[in-house]
Write a protein that binds this ligand. Structure first.
Ligand SMILES: O=C(CO)[C@H](O)[C@H](O)COP(=O)(O)O
Ligand SMILES: [Co+2]
Length: 216
């Protein structure tokens, strides 16, 4: 399977968001990665439901929504209505993660679970058969443009071993500090999907940068 590429609009030009959404539409990207931050779970506030809703009106690819918010159950229905296709919540933000995953599925969305860099993949042992995607954070969540944390490669290997042991299938997505160099090693380690924000939107030619990532 070719690597799935999910450009993060956190690094887009918010004064020209429509143009950046159209660029991603025309590119080889597979999804739109939308980072929702509440200023509580992470020390930053990004954008919210009205922006997601507007993006969904012109996006021609699935919306991969990454919720960095506490108690995400309160907003599952709202993100479905705003156009989310895949909703990822943080393990660290959910008291009743299994219920949250059921809630996401009952709203007709794919369910992802994200782990902070310090959270071991072993915490997924009893949820892994119920989810569609694991999002491994390769930076501490909250900001774009941070340096990649190297232990992510070994976490992918541990996650793949857990997936095999549980005889299940899911997408392994990596988020933070992805560029051609880290991306190549991530794919070699077993990543299925790569999120890239600043590497794409700060490049001279974002469409070509997405195509280069797609070749990995
Ligand atoms: O979830 C995120 C931050 O919390 C972003 O998706 C991630 O940081 C992407 O940005 P970059 O590619 O610039 O590291
Ligand atoms: Co993200």
């Amino acid at each position: 399977m070719q690597t799935l590429i999910s450009p993060s609009l956190l690094a887009a030009d918010f004064m020209n968001l429509k143009a950046d959404v159209e660029m991603v539409n025309k590119s080889e990207a597979d999804w739109f990665h939308l980072d929702i931050m509440d200023g509580v779970f992470v020390p930053n506030i990004s954008y919210g439901l009205p922006v997601v809703e507007q993006i969904s009106k012109i996006a021609t690819k699935p919306l991969d929504v990454h919720l960095m918010i506490v108690d995400p159950d309160r907003y599952i229905e709202a993100f479905k209505k705003a156009g989310s296709d895949l909703l990822t919540v943080h393990y660290e933000a959910c008291t009743h993660l299994h219920r949250t995953v059921q809630n996401i599925h009952s709203h007709g969305m794919k369910a992802g679970v994200s782990l902070n860099p310090h959270t071991p993949v072993s915490v997924l042992e009893d949820i892994i058969q119920d989810i569609d995607l694991v999002l491994l954070m390769s930076v501490n969540p909250g900001f774009g443009g941070q340096s990649f944390i190297e232990n992510t490669y070994s976490k992918i290997e541990k996650l793949k071993a857990l997936v095999a042991e549980k005889k299940t299938e899911l997408i392994i997505e990596i988020d933070g500090g992805v560029n051609l160099e880290t991306g190549k090693k991530l794919v070699e380690a077993g990543a299925d999907a790569l999120v890239a924000g600043s590497f794409v939107f700060n490049s001279e030619n974002p469409t070509q940068t997405i195509a280069d990532l797609k070749q990995l």
